[in-house]
Write a protein that binds this ligand. Structure first.
Ligand code: OTU
Length: 650
C-alpha cells in the first residue's frame, strides 16, 4: 500500500542512512522495507507517535534493520528467499521438536554435539535449546533472567561453540529454536545496573516508582505468577531506593515497552540471534509485554501491537525466521498471538498449545475425554500460516487453566475439580499412582499448579518401585497414548528431554538453595547417558518408550493429512472414555485418518456404525498406521485397548 506520509518519511530516513549503508547489495532489503514500512510506521506511530523524538526513534529502528541485514550471512539470506517461496513449509507433518536445557541435557554446547545422533535416532528435526545466555549463577530462573543478551553463559560455551553447533545442525537438517526473553532482564543486566546507579535514561527501561502509590494501584488487578517464591509484582531496590516491577521472580525486572528504546534494543537482539542461525525465536512470556493499571497486565492490545511490530521488523531483515509465542493463556486469548483480524499470521507463526496439554492431563486423571472434547471445541481455528506447538510436558508446571463453564458442562464443580486434579497428580488421591508436586500454591486464591516428570506423573515411578509389571505397562501405554495425540492433532509435536526414555522425578534440586523452593526443578534433571543407551536394550522400559515414540514419529512424517491446515474434525461418540477426531486433506491421494484414543484403564467400545453413517470406511480390514497392521472391523463396535490408540486409514 502506498501511503504518502510514511513513504516520504521513509525517503528522509533512507537519504540520511545512505552514507552509512552505501554500496552494499540491499535490493531485497529495500523491497521488504518498502513492503512492510507502512505497517511498521503505523504501529510505531500508534505506540510512540506522541513523543517529540518519534522520528529519531524510527530512524534508529530502520538503521538497525539495515545493519542487521548487512551482517546477515549469505546462506541465511538464501534460506530467507527459499522460505518466502515455500512460505507454509513449517505446517508440514515432517517437523518434530525437542526442548531441552543445554546444561542439564549435555553439560555444554560441545556436549550437545555428542547427542545429535541420539536426537536424529528419535526422528527430531527441530531443536529448542532453552536460554543459553549469560545470567547470574543462582538467581537465573533456569536462564530466563538474562544478564547479557549477546553473550553466551560461559559455563555453556562461547559464540564460536554455538556457530559450530549451528553448522552441524544445518548439515543434519535440524532446525534451531532459541529463546529471547523479551519481557524482562536479570537485575544484574547492565541496564538494570545503570538504573540502580540512578541513571534516569535506564530507569526508563523498566517500571520504576518512587513509592508504593502506583504499585499499589497496579496490584489491585494483577495476579501473582510465583506466589510462593515471589509474592507481589514489585520489589524495592535498596540501591536505587525505588520500587521496580518484577512480575516473575524479584530478580527479573520487567521491561518498559512504553519506551521505544527498549523495543528497538529487543529487535536488535532478536535479529542478532537470527543472524547467528536461529530458524525460530521463542519469545518468552509475551502476554506480559504491556502493563496497564486496572488490568491483569496480560494480553493487552498493545502487547499484540508490539509483537506485530517485531514481526514486521523481522520480516524486513530475516523473513525466514519464525516466532513462537509463549503465552500460557486461555484459548480465546492465545489465538490472538497469531495476529487478530488477519488471514496469515502477523504476530507469531507458532504458539504453545497449553490448553491441549492441560486437557490431556485432565483426561488421564479422570480417564474420560469429556472435558477434553469440550475444551478443544473452544480453541478457535488458527490462521492459515500459523501452527501449534503441541506438547505433553515442558520445563514449566502444568497450569489448570480450563474454562470454568466447560468444567461445569463436563459435570464437575470448577474448584473441586481443580483440587481433585492437584490431589491426583500429587498422589494424594487413593486412585492415583502419580507422583507430582504442587507448584505455585496461592493461599489467597486457593490455586495450585503441578510439577513432575511425565513418567512420574504417568505412574511409572510408583510402578517401578512396586515392581508391578502391569502398572509399568500401563504407564508406558499412557506415555505413548499422550504422544500419539500430540503427533496427530495438527501442529508441531514438541518432546521434552528425557521423556522418550521415561525419566523420573529428580529430587536433587532440593540440595540447591537457589532451586529448592521451585518444584519445577523436579522435572529438569541431568540427562542420563546410560539410561539413554538402554533404549537399545530389548525389554527395558527405555526401549519400550523410545522405540514406540520413534516409530510414531516416523509414521507421522509419512501421513500427509497430519500437516496442519485446519483439517481436523472432532467426532462426537457416545463413549466418554474415547477421544476421537479425523484428519483429512484436500490433496489428492492424501487419505483421511481416524484418530481414536482410549483414556480408560479398561478396553472400550466405539460404535463404528455411527461413524460409517458419517462416511468413514470402517468395514473389513482397515489399516492401522502406527502398527502397520490391518484391523478387522465386522461388527457394530470396535474395541480399543486400555490406554490404546489407533490411527485408522479410512
Ligand atoms: C516462562 O513461563 C518460562 O517458560 C519460565 O520458565 C520462566 O520462569 C518465566 O517465563 C519467566 O521468564 O511466562 O506466559 O506458570 O508457565 O511463568 C507464561 C509458569 C510464562 C510459567 C510462566 C511462563
Amino acid at each position: 500500500m502506498y501511503e504518502q506520509v510514511s513513504h516520504s518519511l521513509l525517503n528522509d530516513i533512507l537519504i540520511k542512512l545512505e552514507g552509512e549503508i552505501k554500496n552494499k547489495k540491499l535490493q531485497h532489503f529495500y523491497i521488504r522495507l518498502g513492503a512492510n514500512f507502512y505497517a511498521i510506521y503505523s504501529l510505531f506511530y500508534f505506540l510512540y507517535g506522541q513523543r517529540a523524538d518519534f522520528k529519531d526513534q524510527l530512524h534508529q529502528l530502520v538503521r538497525i534493520l539495515a545493519h542487521s541485514y548487512i551482517s546477515r550471512p549469505q546462506h541465511l539470506r538464501n534460506l530467507d528467499l527459499e522460505r518466502e517461496k515455500d512460505h507454509t513449509w513449517f505446517l508440514r507433518q515432517e517437523w518434530v521438536g525437542y526442548a531441552l536445557y543445554c546444561k542439564e541435557f549435555a553439560g555444554d554446547l560441545h556436549g550437545m554435539q555428542t547427542w545429535l545422533g541420539y536426537l536424529q535416532d528419535l526422528g527430531i528435526n527441530l531443536l529448542h535449546i532453552m536460554p543459553i545466555l549469560d545470567c547470574p549463577k543462582g538467581k537465573s530462573d533456569g536462564g530466563y533472567a538474562v544478564r547479557d543478551f549477546r553473550k553466551i553463559n560461559p559455563e555453556i560455551g562461547t559464540l564460536d561453540d554455538l556457530d559450530d553447533l549451528v553448522k552441524n545442525l544445518k548439515k543434519r537438517e535440524i532446525l534451531l529454536a532459541l529463546d529471547v526473553v523479551v519481557n524482562h532482564t536479570s537485575n544484574e543486566h547492565a541496564w538494570a545496573q545503570k538504573a540502580k546507579a540512578g541513571d534516569p535514561y535506564y530507569q526508563d527501561y523498566y517500571h520504576v516508582f518512587d513509592n508504593r502509590e502506583i504499585p499499589d494501584l497496579y496490584e489491585e488487578s494483577m495476579p501473582e505468577i510465583f506466589p510462593e517464591t515471589s509474592p507481589g509484582n514489585f520489589t524495592k531496590d535498596e540501591a536505587m531506593g525505588k520500587w521496580v516491577m518484577t512480575v516473575f521472580n524479584d530478580f527479573q525486572w520487567d521491561l518498559n515497552y512504553k519506551n521505544p528504546a527498549v523495543f528497538i534494543e529487543m529487535v536488535d537482539i532478536i535479529l542478532f540471534w537470527a543472524n547467528r542461525g536461529a530458524d525460530i525465536i521463542r519469545l518468552d512470556a509475551v502476554a506480559f509485554l504491556w502493563k496497564k493499571i486496572g488490568s491483569t497486565c496480560q494480553n493487552e492490545r498493545e502487547a499484540h501491537l508490539i509483537l506485530q511490530l517485531m514481526k514486521d521488523c523481522c520480516q524486513v531483515t530475516a523473513p525466514g525466521v519464525l516466532f513462537i509465542a509463549e503465552a500460557i493463556v486461555a484459548p480465546v486469548e492465545v489465538i490472538k498471538y497469531f495476529g487478530e483480524d488477519a488471514i496469515n499470521a502477523k504476530e507469531c507463526e507458532i504458539a504453545y498449545n497449553a490448553t491441549f496439554m492441560a486437557l490431556l492431563w485432565e483426561a488421564v486423571a479422570t480417564k474420560k475425554a469429556t472435558l477434553l472434547n469440550l475444551g478443544i471445541k473452544s480453541i478457535p481455528d488458527k490462521l492459515e500460516r500459523a501452527t501449534w506447538l503441541n506438547y505433553v510436558r515442558c520445563h514449566d508446571d502444568i497450569g489448570l487453566g480450563f474454562d470454568d463453564n466447560d468444567i461445569r458442562l463436563a459435570g464437575y464443580d470448577p474448584k473441586l475439580h481443580r483440587n481433585f486434579l492437584v490431589d491426583y497428580y500429587t498422589g494424594k488421591h487413593a486412585d492415583s499412582s502419580a507422583r507430582g508436586l504442587a507448584f505455585g500454591i496461592n493461599k489467597k486464591t486457593g490455586d495450585a499448579r503441578i510439577s513432575g516428570s511425565l513418567a512420574s506423573l504417568a505412574g511409572l515411578e510408583v510402578a517401578l518401585e512396586n515392581n508391578d509389571q502391569a502398572a509399568i505397562q500401563k504407564s508406558i501405554d499412557t506415555i505413548l497414548l499422550l504422544h500419539s495425540l500430540i503427533c496427530a492433532f495438527g501442529g508441531i509435536p514438541l518432546i521434552y528431554y528425557g521423556d522418550a526414555i521415561g525419566t523420573l522425578n529428580d529430587c536433587s534440586y532440593l540440595q540447591d538453595e537457589y532451586k529448592q523452593n521451585d518444584s519445577r526443578w523436579v522435572h529438569r534433571p541431568a540427562m542420563d547417558r546410560k539410561k539413554a543407551d538402554l533404549r537399545n536394550v530389548q525389554g527395558t522400559v527405555e526401549n519400550h518408550i523410545f522405540s514406540g515414540l520413534k516409530k510414531m514419529i516416523a509414521v507421522r512424517k509419512e501421513i500427509c493429512s497430519f500437516a496442519d491446515h485446519n483439517n481436523r474434525e472432532l467426532l462426537e461418540v457416545d463413549n466418554p472414555h474415547l477421544f476421537v477426531f479425523s484428519r483429512f486433506s484436500n490433496i489428492n491421494n492424501c487419505q483421511r485418518v481416524l484418530v481414536i484414543a482410549n483414556f480408560d484403564h479398561a478396553p472400550q467400545l466405539l460404535d463404528v456404525e455411527h461413524l460409517r453413517k458419517k462416511g468413514f470406511m470402517l468395514h473389513g480390514p482397515v489399516k492401522e498406521l502406527y502398527s502397520g497392521t490391518n484391523i478387522n472391523i465386522d461388527n457394530q463396535h470396535l474395541e480399543i485397548p486400555a490406554h490404546g490408540f489407533y490411527w485408522l486409514q479410512t
